[in-house]
Design a protein around this ligand. Structure first.
Ligand SMILES: [Zn+2]
Length: 473
């Protein structure tokens, strides 16, 4: 009976006229099978046992190299759907903020959010913040733009492969008018013809779509076995694993106002949401009425939410367990609320994602592997171009700037970089000197500085990040 229900829900949610009419921010990811969830639950239990024995209780930090396959039909760079590097950079910034628990609007979390729910459910302290609220979790998963392709060649644009579909003989994705045909076309043709090693990269395809297709993104789920199709729940394969997003749903108009966006998907949360599926999360309403998403700290929801709800939303909409008086968690990234209205994952969702990173054969080898090392290239003068903004994992230690260091920063707000020595003394203050294609270029002439460890701190109107680098002469 449950299986029939799941099949029914799958059918209803891909073809239901109500959804196509109302939900522009609709997701086309498959609902996991019962068997997949059963295996995943067992892995989660193992993870929790191991995690509880670990006295530090810290999550492992992961960094996932990302390659965006930008599918276009001959448009110049900067013309939809062939969006510019800076818009894609802003998506990586969004992912890193959202997965650290510091995403846009996280500071608007209501003062009493889900406090009563936490008490009623007897949630353990690990799930709560100091105010007794359900905690906005730090997943400890980071994302970086791949700087090397599968052959080790340096990419002209970090994290980007631009593909003119005409040169491949491919049909424009915007000719497919149903979710099923669009997905089948990507899986059978575009993904097949362009996917990079799924054990090393998160593949994200972005393209145009037909207006009749109601969703802006879909993802594969993490496979839980190397045996293909064993759990049958929409898992990725060697030729399909990854995320698709509508081009105009990529990135943040706040971080990069010069991009091409379609309201309300203007804060990059489509890919935050899809990456949640990619790491094993389910929708907050579990694709049914008050069903479980297998996270004890997310209250049940009657159905998906849209727009800009306010707290508390729909208290009492579900019973057993009751979500009264705190209502539904519309601010969770796994709901359908408008991009700016979403700003959290929970601790139990973090455990699912950490479990996927540890166990899925297509996730458990993801790491920088030198693919995201921040050296973009060394020219004949010996200049090294590190990217101090988002490619911080495995920052080149040591590196050897004979003359100057160039930071490439995808941000249009006022930018300053401060350099500190090991004693914390300010060694230099740099402001943006060169701009090109939406990027700031900040140059540090390190000629007069001695070898040693330095810290560089990026300061913009929105963000302050400090990283370490080693200067050797
Ligand atoms: Zn979804």
């Amino acid at each position: 009976m449950v299986k029939i229900l799941i099949i029914f829900l799958s059918l209803c949610c891909f073809s239901g006229p109500i959804h196509t009419q109302q939900q522009l921010d609709f997701c086309g990811t498959d609902i996991p099978s019962q068997n997949w969830e059963k295996i995943f639950s067992s892995l989660i239990n193992d993870f929790i046992k191991t995690h509880e024995q670990n006295s530090s209780q810290q999550f492992t930090e992961y960094t996932i190299p990302v390659i965006f396959h930008v599918i276009h039909s001959g448009q110049s760079v900067g013309t939809f759907p062939n969006i510019v590097q800076a818009q894609i950079n802003s998506q990586i910034t969004v992912l890193n903020q959202d997965y650290a628990g510091t995403g846009f609007n996280y500071d608007t979390y209501p003062a009493n959010a889900f406090v009563q729910w936490a008490i009623d459910q007897n949630l353990p302290p690990a799930n709560l913040d100091p105010f007794g609220r359900v905690k906005i979790a730090n997943i400890n998963v980071k994302f970086c733009l791949a700087e090397k392709d599968t052959l080790g060649n340096i990419l002209t644009e970090p994290g980007i492969e631009r593909i003119n579909l005409n040169s491949r003989g491919w049909v424009n994705p915007n000719t497919f008018t149903t979710p099923q045909t669009l997905r089948a076309y990507f899986d059978g043709t575009i993904k097949l013809g362009s996917i990079w090693n799924v054990r090393k990269y998160l593949n994200i395809w972005i393209s145009d779509k037909n207006a009749a297709v109601p969703f802006t993104g879909f993802s594969t789920l993490p496979p839980l076995s190397t045996l293909p199709g064993i759990t049958g729940g929409g898992e990725g394969t060697e030729t399909t694993d990854g995320i698709w997003s509508y081009s105009s749903a990529v990135g943040s108009a706040l971080i990069f106002p010069g991009g091409i966006y379609a309201s309300p998907n203007v804060r990059g949360r489509t890919i935050t949401h899809e990456a949640g599926h990619y790491l094993g999360l389910r929708h907050i309403w579990a694709d049914g009425n008050c069903l479980t998403d297998f996270c004890a700290d997310t209250p049940p929801a009657f159905t998906s939410n849209t727009g800009f709800p306010s707290y508390p939303l729909n208290p009492g909409s579900c019973s057993n367990p009751s979500n009264s008086p705190n209502g539904e968690m519309y601010m969770n990234y796994m709901d359908y609320s408008a991009d700016p209205a979403k700003y959290m994952f929970t601790y139990d969702q973090a455990i699912r994602m950490q479990t996927a990173m540890l166990n899925s054969p297509f996730r458990n080898q993801l790491g920088t592997h030198g693919l995201c090392i921040a050296v973009l290239g060394i020219n004949n003068e010996g200049n090294i171009i590190p990217d101090g903004y988002f490619l911080h994992q495995n920052f080149p230690n040591p590196f050897n700037p004979l003359t100057e260091i160039l930071f490439s920063i995808p941000d249009l707000t006022n930018v300053t970089i401060k350099i500190y020595n090991l004693l914390g003394e300010e060694a230099a203050i740099l402001s943006d000197q060169v701009r090109s294609a939406g990027n700031h270029k900040v140059i540090w002439n390190a000629t007069d500085y001695s070898s040693g460890i330095y810290y560089y701190q990026l300061v913009t109107e929105k963000i302050r990040i400090t990283r370490k680098m080693v200067l050797i002469k």
